[in-house]
Structure formats: C-alpha cells, structure tokens
Design a protein around this ligand. Structure first.
Ligand SMILES: [Zn+2]
Ligand SMILES: [Zn+2]
Length: 489
C-alpha cells in the first residue's frame, strides 16, 4: 500500500492524498489551498480557463498525474486525453473548498463519494457557480463546437446547451462500501459545516484513518468521539490527522457562542449584525436560537435559504426551514437595485437577479433593507464581508451591534480585508465588533487524546502549519510528508 500527498503539507487545507493498494487507487479529498492559489491569482487576475490544467500543474497547484483530469480540458490543452481512468474513486471528507475545490478539474467518470449533506453543499456551489470552476456535482462539457439550431454552421457549446451529471455517490454513515479491493467505513464527525466525514479505510496492509477536519467541542461532539472509538477498534497502521489548531490549548464551544451572543444582544436598542461562515448551518442555528430568545427574527441571504432547502431535500433534520416564521430572506440591491421600488414593473425588479435567485422572490418571508431599517430591533441580520455595502441602505441606528463569529485573519490578504471591515464598522458606529467564535477545529490536547486513543502505527500530520508539535507524541512513528513522495506501508 502506498500513500502520496499532493496538498495540505505544512499548510492548512488543499488536501489531495493518493492511496494505492492492490491495483485500487483512490484520492482522499481534492481540495484547493487558498494561500497557494492566491500566490498567483486574485479575483482580478483569475486563472485562464483555456489553459488552466496546464497552468495549475506548472504552478504546483494540481498534481502532475495522467488519467485523472477532465477529458474536454485535456484535449483542448494538448494533454493526453485518451488515457484510461487512473483513479477508482475520491472520498470527500466535507464540502469546504480546501477539501473539494479542485473536483471541477477531475474526469466526469471518477466516482465521487460523499455524505448526503456534502452533496447538498456541492450542489449549492454547482448551482451558484460564482468563481467559474465549481462543477462539483454537474459537468458542462467545454471547448466544443456544435451545430447551430438553424442547421447551418457551428457555434460554441455553452451552459445553455445542456449539462451532464458527475458520478457523485452518496453513502450512509456507519455503512461500509467498497471501492475495488478497498473497504470503506464513513463515520460522521463534528465540524463547522454539515456532513463532515472521517474515514476508516481497510487496505491489504491494515486500516488507514483519515480524520478530515473535526472538533470535539461542537453541538455534536459525540459524533467525533464515536469515530475515534471505531477508528481505535480498527487498530490502524496509518492515520492522517488534521492539526489546524494543534498549538492552541483550549477551544470555545458552540454553546458558548450561543449564550454569549444571546447575552450580548439582550436589551440592545438597534440592529444586531452577525458575521459567520455562510455555509456553517450549525452557526446559523446558533444565531437563529440567539435571535428567537431575544424576540428577534434571523435575516439570512438567499444562498443560505437555498442551502437550508437543499439540506432538507437530502434528508437533513434539526435545522430551521427557510420558510420558518422566525426567518427572513434578505434581498439586497443588485444590478439596477429596484427591489422595494414601486415605480418599476414587477418583472423588471426580478431581472436584477439570477434565475435561481428569483426562486425566493414570491415568498412571504422575503425582506428588503427598508423594512430592516424601519424595525431594527426586531432583527439579527447575517452580514459577512461581501454584504457590508448593504449597511448604506440599512443604516444601523445607535445601539446597533456587530458580532464577529468567524476565525481571526491568518494571512496578509485577510488582514487587508479586516481593515476594510473595520472601516465600514467605524462609519456606522459598530466598531469595535464583538468577537464571539467557536472554531471548527479541535485544539491540541483534543487532537493528542484522539491520536493516543486510536494509537496508529504511523501518523502523517497534515492540514497544519505546525507539524513539529506532533513530536510530543511518544510511541508513534511520525512521517512528515513531502510533496509527491510515495511512502510504502
Ligand atoms: Zn480544511
Ligand atoms: Zn473544513
């Protein structure tokens, strides 16, 4: 059995781990590392679609492997597209971009194994497709000329000419499934978005444990503990463990976020704004509870409403419905900014939004800035970095507050963003924001406890900028992985 790591080494995220055993090859995640990506690209200098796979391989963003990349791109970019499929499956741990972000580049026929929740979130990316490389569940063949409808001449095939589905397979937690010679047991773990999975992979040399990202201080910490128990029983030969917060000694809980936010908002006379990760539905539930216990309603974006709907469609329970009486869906001004205006026909207002965004327009619980501005103390409003200009329309009154419930900036880019956030908050008397956050990642002692309990023969620390901290573990052989270097077990 061989393990080769192509991402997530000495870095947070971008996991791409190749496991080869007895003729079966699988990837554990196929993520994008933000920092590496931002070393070369920005919003204003995005990758070139026409040459992206070649460019990405050259820049070290994608592994230089044959038979794994989508054939439409390979053909167009002069890469060998006739090769047999070299990978039998990809196990996705969860739908954060640093774990799923480069799935877009994979061949359509590679089976992508995910939990139902992960599929729902991947579908959300596919549907919204903001950055252009997010065909995670669907597949739009590119660089093809097709006959025009009129029958004469050719035209460039685009998204309107139909799409195909990717081979996305959903598993049930706790139920084993097979990929070639491998047997896989997917286990639910607690993290900062729904559907996170830890894997136990039974190979010819023994079990391999892959933690994905996880924590032991969330609302469902028991899921992570159950995973640890099952992983220990498998008496693994190898464990790939995340170590995002390996240097931190403790962790704030999700309950802490809820009780602190509830207390903080209590008695405030203005609008309560909350910045939390847009796909973190646990945090959405936390702020929903916070709002309700303060007699307020939670105002979310239509993307969050779509996510709640997709999760419900995939059988996820325990979250409020997007139509819940305590939820409002906010329509921000877009394009011509006609929302709430009566001097334009209704159909013109809709035209400000993309087709999928219009889905919610006719709902009773839709709200605009004017209504929020008029009754500020009735609402807790979701507001992240990209929404800040809505403050202009909402105009928070005195006694309004802003809660920051996201991680602290950990790169220069994020610090610049933070400066911009501070400027907006200062302008509306919301500075300094109140920090109330619980991380999606376990702290050092919890990670050490987990590893000691699971007791693998060999440990690969990944998804961390501090791999050397793992040295403190005694009795476990630690391999500090190198990019693209095969380790034979
Ligand atoms: Zn991650
Ligand atoms: Zn994550």
């Amino acid at each position: 059995m061989q393990i080769t790591i192509f991402g997530g080494i000495n870095k947070i995220g971008g996991n791409k781990i190749l496991l080869e055993d007895n003729g079966t090859n699988i990837f554990l995640d196929f993520g994008m590392n933000f920092e590496e990506h931002q070393d070369y690209f920005t919003e204003y200098m995005p990758p070139r679609k026409c040459n992206c796979i070649k460019d990405f391989i050259y820049l070290g963003l994608l592994p230089n492997l044959n038979g794994i990349y989508r054939r439409d791109y390979c053909k167009h970019m002069g890469l060998d597209c006739k090769q047999e499929n070299a990978v039998d499956g990809v196990l996705i741990s969860h739908a954060h971009i640093d774990h799923v972000g480069y799935v877009h580049f994979l061949r359509r026929d590679i089976p992508i194994h995910v939990s139902a929740e992960t599929k729902a979130i991947m579908e959300m990316f596919s549907r919204i497709g903001a950055a252009g490389f997010e065909e995670f569940t669907d597949f739009k063949p590119s660089f093809q000329l097709i006959p025009k409808k009129t029958g004469e001449g050719l035209k460039r095939r685009d998204a309107r000419d139909g799409k195909e589905e990717r081979n996305v397979k959903t598993f049930e937690f706790g139920k084993k499934f097979k990929i070639g010679s491998l047997e896989i047991l997917p286990c639910r773990v607690d993290h900062s978005l729904p559907g996170a999975t830890g894997y136990i992979i039974y190979t010819s040399e023994g079990a391999v444990i892959y933690t994905g990202d996880l924590r032991f201080h969330g609302r469902h910490k028991e899921w992570s503990y159950e995973f640890v128990e099952k992983a220990a029983k498998a008496e693994p030969v190898v464990m790939l463990s995340e170590g995002t917060r390996i240097k931190e000694k403790e962790a704030r809980t999700e309950d802490y976020v809820q009780s602190e936010s509830t207390k903080y908002i209590k008695g405030k006379k203005g609008l309560a704004l909350a910045n939390f990760p847009i796909r973190d539905t646990e945090r959405l539930l936390t702020f929903y509870n916070t709002a309700v216990s303060n007699g307020r309603k939670l105002v979310i974006e239509y993307r969050q409403a779509l996510l709640l709907d997709l999760l419900r469609e995939h059988g996820v329970k325990g979250l409020p419905k997007s139509t819940d009486k305590n939820i409002r869906v906010f329509y921000a001004k877009k394009s011509w900014g006609l929302v709430g205006r009566t001097d334009f026909p209704e159909d013109q207002i809709e035209k400000d939004y993309d087709t999928w965004e219009r889905t919610y327009f006719a709902r009773e619980n839709v709200i605009d800035a004017k209504e929020i501005s008029t009754r500020q103390k009735d609402y807790v409003m979701f507001m992240n970095y990209f929404q800040l200009n809505n403050l202009m329309d909402v105009k928070p009154v005195e006694g309004s507050v802003h809660i920051r419930s996201i991680c602290e900036p950990f790169s220069e880019e994020m610090e610049l963003d933070q400066k911009r956030i501070d400027n907006w908050l200062r302008l509306f008397g919301l500075y300094p924001e109140r920090k109330i956050h619980s991380s999606g990642h376990a702290c050092g002692p919890a990670i050490f406890d987990m590893i000691k309990k699971i007791n693998p023969k060999t440990l690969f620390p990944i998804h961390t900028v501090n791999p050397s901290v793992f040295k403190e573990l005694s009795g476990i052989n630690i391999i500090y992985p190198e990019y693209g270097k095969k380790t034979t077990i």
